[in-house]
Write a protein that binds this ligand. Structure first.
Ligand SMILES: *Cc1c(COP(=O)(O)O)cnc(C)c1O
Length: 345
């Protein structure tokens, strides 16, 4: 793969913004009069590290990815948007994605005026590498695969995703936002094998930090350099960097919570499966599941009346009469079940 040929010419030739802090290196600086900061109001007066080096050094051993292969952004939304801005020429290039899947890929494509080609999963929500490849042409820059997939919940067979990585000449984005809830080997461990791979992770799900807006992308150093060239200079603020370091200091707690959620997931699914309102629950590898109901709209509305909100996916292709239910605490799940058991429809 020749990255030079994939990248938009304006990005390849871009002279990136150089911040005050970029311009000195390797000295033990003590007096900072270079960035027009206010000398008072510590610690908020100083610009944060534009490359989040300390935080990446904490993340690296946890994710088993070298710090030089990590990009951090304002949620996963940032690397998703950057991928379009780096690789896709508006009105010329296109991207291919499975459907149904996470809505942000299509929104970002539309914002960037890039054609978005959907390839439907089959009735069992399985993807076909051949069908994805068939939709590609010389202007296809990105393929999006989300595994475990949102909203269907299932992870795809590794073989099928490897087939796409091997066959496609552009960038394959594998969104593993939910991989902590799944037993499959995550693709971020195989970056060396696939120079065209970008893996997305997030602090919003298994790490319980949706509020701090921190997303991760793992890729080759060349692709990371492109992300860094195009991103806003101080894209991750100091409060977020510090909060992330704090939660990662207690990985035992984070793992314990994932274990609890997985246990609750099994209990909740077997209870929902037994309800007369339920047609079926689809297999899941995430912290949510998709349930086909007899009348999803009516159940959704009745739950809203009781102050319980699930996601109504019944208008999504292949998801007729489906609700997407996130696994909550034991108490929240019990309240959902109690409400479902007393619904009079
Ligand atoms: C929730 C989710 C994310 C997380 O997005 P953030 O911007 O990091 O909060 C990413 N991808 C998928 C598929 C998701 O469902």
């Amino acid at each position: 793969m020749l990255l030079e040929l994939l990248v938009r010419p304006n990005i390849r030739d871009l002279k990136p913004y150089s911040s005050a802090r970029d311009e000195y290196k390797g000295v033990n600086a003590e007096v900072f009069l270079d960035a027009n900061e206010n000398p008072y109001n510590q610690p908020f007066n100083r610009y944060p590290d534009p490359l989040q080096r300390e935080l990446k050094d904490v993340i690296s051993p946890i994710k088993q990815v070298p710090a030089s292969n990590i990009f951090l952004g304002n949620g996963s939304d940032e690397p998703i948007d950057l991928l379009f801005r780096i690789f896709c020429r508006p009105q010329i290039d296109n991207v291919v994605a499975i459907a149904p899947t996470y809505g942000m890929y299509e929104v970002c494509a539309n914002i960037n005026d890039v054609e978005y080609r959907k390839v439907q999963l089959d009735q069992n929500y399985q993807m076909s590498a051949d069908k994805l490849i068939e939709q590609c042409d010389a202007n296809t820059k990105l393929i999006f695969i989300c595994s475990p997939n949102n909203p269907t919940g299932n992870a795809f067979p590794r073989q099928e995703m490897e087939k796409v990585l091997n066959a496609f000449q552009g960038i394959v984005v594998i969104d593993e936002a939910y991989s902590d809830f799944c037993d499959a080997r995550p693709f971020r461990l195989d970056l060396k094998k696939y120079p065209n791979l970008v893996v997305l992770n997030t602090f919003s799900k298994a790490y319980g930090c949706a509020a701090i807006r921190l997303g991760m992308a793992f890729a080759s150093e060349q692709i990371i350099a492109l992300f860094n060239k195009v991103k806003y200079p101080y894209n991750v603020n100091a409060l977020t960097q510090n909060a992330a370091k704090e939660v990662l200091a207690d990985m035992d707690m984070l793992h314990h919570r994932v274990v609890m959620i997985k246990k609750e997931r099994e209990l909740l699914i077997s209870a929902v499966e037994k309800l007369p309102l339920t047609v079926k629950v689809y297999p899941t590898d995430a912290n949510f599941f998709l349930a086909k109901m007899k009348d999803a709209d009516a159940i959704y509305n009745a739950l809203v009346q009781k102050g319980i909100i699930v996601r109504n996916r019944s208008k999504v292709e292949l998801c007729g009469n489906c609700l997407r239910i996130t696994v909550g605490t034991k108490d929240e799940n019990a309240r959902l079940l109690a409400a479902l058991r007393t619904l009079k429809l």
